[in-house]
Each structure stands twice: as structure tokens, then as C-alpha cells.
Design a protein around this ligand. Sequence first.
Ligand code: DTR
Length: 344
Amino acid sequence: MRVVVRIVLGIMVCVALSPPALAEPLRLRYANSPPASTFPCIQMERWADEVERRTKGAVEIETYPGATLAGAGDMQQAVAAGKADIGCISLPFAQQKTPVCTLFEEPLGFTSATVACATFWDMFQRYAPPQFKSVKVLTVFTSGPSCLMSKVPVRGLGDFEGLEVRAIGNGLDIIRRLGGVPVSLPMSMTGDALHKGTVKGVLSSLDVLMDMNFAEYCRYQVALNLHVYPFVVVINRAVWEGLPKAVQQVMEDLSREHAVWTGQYVDAHTRKAVSWAVKRHNVQFLLWPEADLRDTRVNLDVGVTRWMSRARDAGYPASQMVRDVVRFKAQNRKRYGAYIPSFP
Ligand code: DTR
């Protein structure tokens, strides 16, 4: 009997002293729609790595690029319904629109993704859009400024007339106002359309020259530096509220830092993409006559005026928002540098 008691006591001591079984990590599924090679998915992988590192493995992020878990058109709904825990919303595809998001689809003169990302984050905090109440916003960012890449040389507004150009969201209206023929296509279908010739150009940031290999089709570029394309990353509200406070804090601390990281990545990667496109496909950068650039600016300023009217109608302080975006943009240019891309 004494031996049995000693054995039981021994087992109890071993169990008491053994390290606690490593808790299973919390697994979160992160859905994204563009191809894995493009910057919205590169930023997703970096965010996932940082969350796993800063939570010391307590959280594991399973990433799903290329619309393998949820598509661009229903990303917020997929997260709200719990089909994905986290989702990256390309705002031009979002069903609901709010002024602080659509403002960034107007040409605001950004030349740097870093400044655009930081400014969008600052404006988003100040004018939190009600459209995201069903989820928790983790971070926001933008593309770099949109430029014209085309299969045929476009040396001014005259050459732009009647040209079929691909864009999304407000980019379509910009093409229309400049005399082109807008073609709405998701990024994933644009390469095929360029190959077939159903579109002759693309209005997008220059990273896609390399990441989507558009330089193979579009040998001519015009650095118009028009609007950017905004993105918002959200997490399911119930999943967020179920996270340990320490994990929530990691994600909150990452929010603005990651927005700036994404902008810095896009600016550096755009320089690399342009250099690659020149060397590999001999792309040329065309300069428009000053009169055409002036007419373009005047024409597109109409868009900001129309945005102000719509924002006022929606009950937003439109004039104050424009003053704030100019102020935040100046502050962020001073803080992060006024990156002016140098094209060959
Ligand atoms: N031009 C917008 C946004 C965008 C810019 N670069 C990329 C790369 C991958 C996906 C989207 C974007 C667009 O065409 O969707």
C-alpha cells in the first residue's frame, strides 16, 4: 500500500511540475482578392508575420490571396458573416461609399504612397466612416498615385480621346472626363484584356508594370500622378472582441505603423518596378505639353468640387475635410519626405 501511495504521489508531483501544455495558437483566416505578387498581398504577409512575432506565436494568421477565400465584391460581407476572420477591402469595389474614402479617389496631388497612406490613416481616424460599424478596422492604406500606362503612345489629351483605358471606381469617371473610354475590370482580368487589345491602357499605380507584367504590353507611360486607390483591412467584430487584450493591443499598435510601412514598401517597389520595366521592356515615359497638363488639372478639379457637394449632402463638413487632408498631407510630407519619383 505504501508503495502505491508513493507512486501516486510521484505522478502528482511530476504533473504539477511539468510545464503547462503549450496552448494551441489562435488561428485567423485573412482573405485578400488581388494576385499574391501584388502589394496588397505583400502587406498582408508582413502584417501576419508581425502579429505572429509580436504575440510570440499565440496567434497564427492563415493568408488567402487571389480571392481564394473571398472576392473583392463581397469582402466586407464575408468578414461580417464569419466566412473570413480578416479581409482586405479594395474600396472601389465596396458596396457602401463614404466621403472620407471617396475623397482619396479624387486627384489630390500625391506623388508618394507613403504620404498618401499616412494621410488616409489620419483622415480615417478623424472621420471614421459609419459603413464599417459591423466590423473592426485594423489598418488602412492606399496604392501609389495613378499613372497612365498604354500600348500606344499618348502624347497629350488629343491622343487620349476615345482610348479604351481600364480602371476601377472613380478612375472610370476620370478617364471619361479626360475623353477616354473607361473599361471596368478587376486587376486579375486586366492582363488578358491588354493581351487581346480590348483595352489599350491602364490607369493605375506603376507597381503593376512589374507585379502584373503590364510592361510587356504597355510600353508607354505618362506620370500623371492622379488619384490613389484606398484599401481598408477589417476583422470580424465578434472575433475581435474574443481576442485577448494583449493581442488586441498588438494589432492596435500595428495600425498606423503598418499603414506607413505599406506606403514605404510601395514607393520603394515602384522605383524597382520602373527600373525593371525600362531595362526589360524598354518602356518610355512621355511628357505631356504644359497646356494639356493644365487642362487635365482644371478638368479633374471639377471632381473635387462634385465630391464636396456630395459630402455636404451626406452631412459631412466637406470644406473642413479638404482643409484637413491638405494639412495632414503637408505634415506627412514633412515627416516622411516629399518622395518625387524620378523617371528616365
Ligand atoms: N489600381 C487599383 C489599385 C491597385 C494598384 N496596384 C494594385 C495591385 C494589385 C491590386 C490592386 C492594385 C486597382 O486596379 O485595383
